[in-house]
Design a protein around this ligand. Structure first.
Ligand code: AMP
Ligand code: MG
Length: 335
């Protein structure tokens, strides 16, 4: 089906139990009806997603929340009204009947209302959709239609909505515990949540979850990684790059410091976001994917400091995603 097909035809595909890729303001989602067990299973198969990693249910009205939970606290209601539609996912105790495949057997369910006209219209027509990021598991999330084609060819029905505005996945906050906890940092920060409803949520230590039974199973998997080796730019790596005669195949991603590698750069590629963390969020996954295309073998990223996080909205989410790609926390960052 071409991207010019009317949205009703994609909604029809979803209602018949097929998968459809659609744009949201965060990243592209691989959608399936949240009430169709076979379609939900197909999501795990298609992505190669581990079965213990639950899915977020996407809704288009606050009224749809009651299909999935009957335990919405006053705080949760405030957050929904303040941040929906938008990049905030709320985790609730689930109602009986919500598919186990959706929640990966957990007794909670994650809900979000995306801020994208195509996504909202599609859900309005087809009903609530589970929609994990539309990448193959372990690959960077897709923020452009050609990212999906590079993972899947043209095998999936795809609604091309151009580039996603934000470029990073939603903040996930667990409202089923008291006090609520941020399970995955995202565009909406703990401080914004505090300003909206008067409590500052803690951010779960996402790095401690390997080998344990984490509350948000998705956080234990290496995500967001390109094929190139990704590492934080430590002083040791800086001097290694400075002393090497050939840095081709290496990409430096900077955001604050001046380039520590003295010219000539000997084949080194440099991308500098110059303090624009929104642009960095918008472009990070594309930069990772382009690095693969350009046969980059090593990517070094300037560490994101606590100071940068304090002053720049999506920096905590960037730290989280880059840490997942490197497998390490940034040097000198206290979380
Ligand atoms: P993705 O849709 O691929 O961006 O990933 C969804 C994220 O939400 C993963 O990190 C999941 O572990 C998390 N998630 C989904 N449902 C739940 C839930 N019921 N409880 C906790 N985390 C969840
Ligand atoms: Mg994902």
């Amino acid at each position: 089906m071409s991207s010019q097909a009317p949205i009703e035809s994609y909604a029809e595909l979803l209602k018949q139990g097929n998968l459809v890729v659609f744009p949201t303001e965060t990243v592209y989602g691989l959608g399936a009806s949240a009430w169709n067990p076979k379609a939900v299973q197909q999501i795990f198969k298609t992505k190669g997603r581990p079965g213990d990693n639950p899915l977020i249910v996407h809704i288009s009205s606050i009224d749809m929340v009651k299909q999935f939970t009957d335990q919405v606290s006053g705080r949760a209601r405030t957050l929904m009204h303040k941040f929906w539609p938008g990049p905030l996912t709320l985790v609730f105790p689930k109602k009986a009947g919500v598919l186990d495949a959706v929640t990966a057997g957990l007794n909670t369910v994650a809900l979000r209302m995306p801020d994208h006209p195509i996504a909202l219209q599609l859900i309005e027509l087809a009903g609530p959709l589970v929609a994990p990021s539309a990448n193959k598991s372990g690959r960077p999330s897709p923020t452009r239609a050609d990212h999906i084609r590079s993972d899947y060819g043209s095998s999936l029905p795809l609604i091309d909505g151009g580039e996603c505005d934000l470029g990073l996945e939603s903040t996930v906050i667990d409202m089923s515990v008291n006090p609520p906890v941020i399970l995955r940092p995202g565009y909406i920060t703990a401080k914004q949540i505090e300003a909206a409803c008067g409590f500052l949520p803690e951010i779960a230590n996402y790095e401690a979850s390997e080998g344990t039974a984490p509350k948000s199973p998705g956080m234990k998997y290496t995500h967001y990684a390109p094929k190139a080796k990704v590492g934080w730019l430590t002083p040791e790596y800086s001097s290694m790059l400075n002393s090497s005669n050939d840095n081709s195949g290496t990409l430096l991603i900077l955001h604050h410091m001046s380039n520590p590698v003295s010219p000539p750069h000997k084949g080194l590629k440099v991308t500098h976001f110059k303090g624009d963390y929104k642009r960095m969020a918008h472009e990070l996954y594309d930069a990772f994917r382009r690095a693969d295309f350009d046969k980059i073998t090593h990517i070094y990223i300037e560490p994101i400091t606590a100071e940068v996080i304090r002053d720049n909205q999506p920096a905590e989410a960037l730290l989280n995603r880059i840490s997942k790609a490197t497998g390490r926390s940034a040097p000198s960052v206290e979380l």
